[in-house]
Ligand binder design. Sequence first.
Ligand code: ADP
Length: 403
Amino acid sequence: MPSNNQISDKASQIFRSLTDVNEMYGLLVDAVNDYAIFALDPDGYILSWNSGAHRLKGYTPAEVIGTHFSRFYTKADMDRNHPAYELEMALKNGSYEEEGWRVTKTGTQFWANVAITTLRDAAGVHRGFAKVTRDLTERKMAEDKLKEANLNLEEKVKERTAELAAAKEEAENAVAARDEFLSIASHELKTPLTSLKLQVQSRKRQLEKGNLKNFSAENFLKIVEQDDKQINRINRLVDDMLEITNIASGKLSLEVEHTDLGNLVKDVLFRFTTQFEVSQIKVTSDIAENVTGIWDRYRIEQVFTNLITNALKYGNKQPIEVTVKKDNNQASLIVRDHGIGIKSIDHERVFQQFERAVSASSISGLGLGLYICRKIIESHKGKIYVESELGQGSAFIVELPLN
Ligand code: ADP
């Protein structure tokens, strides 16, 4: 049996070593530099502060012990009462872990991994919390960068896919438009050619039979006029087709010179005189003097010819008015008819390639004239547009800069 003295020696030895262990434990926690380790009382007030906490959050123990741990949270987290929520969860489940932004003494933020453990004594009484915080900012930054790179990549893939789909659709539309163009163009060319051919064959038969009475001077003039009309139609179609090839390959070159718009319009109208008379259409003009600019005369003639031809085609044989005027720094040419008109929804469309606002069977055409006009006017830095209502006639307006 050990003596009483021996027992008290052993007890004091155990007590000393226990004190040493506690001290050692305190030293160990304090020496951990990479983790902020600190204790909170049950209400979240800071009880201890290790060197890692000092390094990570910037506060010395004297500055922070006794204050509430919510000071390490962002304003947004405070507003949603997040610090209290963390303690509540730790109390309920024994521990709580999360990652989030925390604030240092200087106000900078770092991405923290936070673990809170509830501390209870041997009797199970809640004594507070242990909190371990790690700085994962670098990892977070790397992850964010990766996420951003992935997102950018996804965006790029999406954009590229959309571009490819659009290009595919455009190519398909172009092929469809070309096929439609070829079928309309061959049909359009065939109509005047067939009629010419039939005329020529019939005349040949008459001549072979010696039937000369149909070839009186008066009849002959009519025949030649008819031929001329068909040839003009073929000519215009071929011109349009060639022009469209030029425009498509970017070859619309301008040869500009001093041009008097009024004189140009008068010349073209003069050339149309017979056609106006034959079709019994009244054309009036109001042409200002000295509307001059540096333009490609041939191209502007082409535009005006196109507008007049359309006014004849779509004008319901009603009068046509032509105006040339000068406002500020701009010349205007207006061709107004009182024919079938154009729905407002089609005002822009009719200027596009192969687009028509009438059915192919009613009035023939390729849907290229206005497209070519717009290309010519745009290459002069001018504008061409239509003002019209269905059934109320149309006014095609060309505006050209004077300088
Ligand atoms: P095309 O006359 O060969 O069809 P355009 O490009 O000249 O080709 O005209 C495109 C379309 O615009 C025509 O098909 C027609 O529907 C419409 N259009 C052009 N001019 C007039 C006009 N003066 N009045 C009514 N519609 C017109």
